[in-house]
Ligand binder design. Structure first.
Ligand code: SF4
Length: 296
């Protein structure tokens, strides 16, 4: 145990995202440094966000009332999740579905990029913007496969009732939250049923809607979208492996529990350092060590 603090306490976080866990499988130290040094957006990342937003608008129009408080944002997400599931059932396609769960007592959240209904099953798709010339090595795709498997586990648990509204409400202290008057006024103008005029009511509706989802396919997809053309270049299919994910989570959670410090990449993966913004500055593990980081 490092001191008395868990990683969540040190990073001032209250929950772990599926992306955090995925990023641990690229470089855990880099994942932590992004939290302690702030995330810089690059032109490439902006282009990725734009592509995601364009894809989302194709499918459904999000709630237009501007949230003014955290509770408003939680409501809005629950509303949009219900809309996304309805769209999936009507059009066999939905985007940006938020999922919630728990791993070893930690709150977990994630946002699935895309869902498709095929032959009665829900297929999970993660879209990654990349360079079309990029080779899909196992090191490159590992974080993405962990991410889609985590989405499958979390969505399965919401659907089966292993993770319910009650679990969510207790760990997120929903009863203590209050929506802003401004947001409530906006909702009043939408003629919603009375039962959906409260945060609790909309969240219960969201959990109920998720329980009604068809079976979630074990075949998970990662689509690599060329950042220059916006078109899908490569598609990777991964079969859900519950046992493998379980082992990966045991390892990842040792960091969050404070059982070990953030791990840098091993020497054979030091080539990743060359494309890391912390290399030689906040992280000098493989700097000037004659490793792959400088040799390749
Ligand atoms: S320089 Fe290398 S080891 Fe250090 S954070 Fe970046 S990728 Fe990880």
């Amino acid at each position: 145990m490092i001191g008395r603090q868990t990683a969540l306490e040190r990073l001032h976080k209250s929950s772990i995202s599926a992306k955090d866990i995925a990023n641990q499988f690229w470089c855990e130290k880099q994942m932590e440094l992004y939290y302690t040094n702030g995330q810089k957006t690059t032109a490439q990342m902006d282009r990725g966000t734009q592509l995601h937003e364009t894809l989302q608008v194709e499918v459904f129009v999000p709630l237009t009332i501007e949230p003014a408080s955290y509770a408003d944002r939680v409501y809005k997400t629950a509303y949009e999740n219900v809309a996304a599931v309805n769209t999936l059932m009507e059009k066999s396609l939905a985007r940006e579905l938020r999922v919630y769960g728990s791993v070893n007592g930690y709150r977990l959240s994630g946002q699935i990029d895309e869902l498709q209904l095929r032959e009665g099953k829900v297929c999970i798709i993660e879209n990654k913007t990349t360079d079309a010339r990029r080779t899909l090595t196992s090191a490159y795709v590992l974080p993405h496969t962990v991410q889609v498997m985590l989405y499958k586990k979390t969505l399965d648990e919401m659907r089966s009732g292993a993770y319910t509204y009650d679990n969510y409400a207790v760990s997120n202290r929903i009863k203590e939250m209050k929506m802003s008057e401004q947001f409530m006024n906006g909702l009043r103008g939408m003629n919603l049923k009375d039962e959906y005029m409260s945060l609790e009511g909309m969240l219960k509706r969201m959990f109920e809607t998720m329980r009604g989802l068809p079976e979630i396919s074990d075949s998970l997809e990662i689509h690599y979208i060329d950042r220059n053309t916006g078109k899908v270049g490569n598609e990777l299919r991964v079969m859900y492996d519950k046992q493998l994910l379980g082992m990966q989570l045991v390892d990842a959670l040792k960091y969050w529990n404070g059982e070990r410090e953030a791990r840098p990449v091993p020497e054979e993966d030091a080539w990743k350092c060359r494309i890391c913004r912390f290399f030689g500055k906040e992280c000098t593990v493989w700097y000037n060590k004659g490793s792959n980081a400088s040799a390749r």
